[in-house]
Design a protein. Sequence first.
Length: 372
Amino acid sequence: MARIRFEAVGKRYPNGFVALNDLNLDIADREFLVLLGPSGCGKSTTLNMIAGLEEVTEGRLLFDERLMNAIPPHQRDVAMVFQSYALYPHKSVYDNVAFGLKMRKYPREEIDKRVREAARRLEIEALLDRRPDQLSGGQRQRVALGRAMVRQPQIFLMDEPLSNLDAALRISMRAEIKQLHQAMQTTFVYVTHDQAEALTLADRVVVMRAGIVQQIGPPAEIYEQPANMFVAGFLGNPAINFIEGKIESDENGIVFVRGAMRLTLTGLAARRLHAQSGRVLTLGLRAEDVVEDAEPHAGMDRLSGRVISVLPVGSDQFLELDVEGCKVFVRIAKVSRVQVGELRHLRVNLERMHLFDPATQLSVLHDGERHA
């Protein structure tokens, strides 16, 4: 078993800097949890607390029911994979993978069995006699994973393990790490600033900012129901569009209005805001949630704006539009021919709009599971 619990955990340094504030988090046994956020948000501090490399200065950290605050790293049954790989340059791949087991004085036969099994699973059997400087970045990463695997730890920690790899290799390594988790059936805690890694790998994602958890949930929930503007803006490529306007009531029902743009609210949004005419809100609209409109004029539930720039991205293209004084990115098919300066009309998917209070930046539709 390897359930990890943070109970009101904080990390305060002697100079007064607070790296982590009031963290309450329950990581289930065998869960793949991803800590996601920008540099300096506290995610690596959280990981290092689990490893015992950072002291818990407030609250309690527990593995199952055992209090771990004062337990040294070597007694935690935790294996860690670092961004830098941290391989010994003068040792062979075999000796790098075996190093931790040798230090713990495992029998030679057991060491050899575990090293060769890890090498087989990671497809590095042909590399066991090489040194790290003879390996590619992806091969070094596999060696670092193998060194952690042979420990057969209760908890597997990864701190930005793929950030030094090129884009194509990162994608393939994500799949390997996911398969590794399924094979090992142990608890994984993974730190990244890369939203694609988080959404691909995680059972649950913890979005952090300035030492405070913003939202916790499955990847789809975090993306589809962001608790606040920070979470909405951090996830998505390109970033979500934010458009400030106000709520009005007319013959069409409850509408979000900015200049000539009028978008009908539906479902939960209409129910929650039916009596709040005049309230100023911020609309969040993702680039993929608009479609080209065959009608040659603007109108209800459409965006209309002049093209500022055209950005081809493989099979699609992003348009940057000036919509009622706001810059708005939308995604359209690459086959559409678009000229800078022309007026474009697009229909909005009304079911996928997000609305936020500009003062608190919180969603008025989805509270999420947040600790902020």
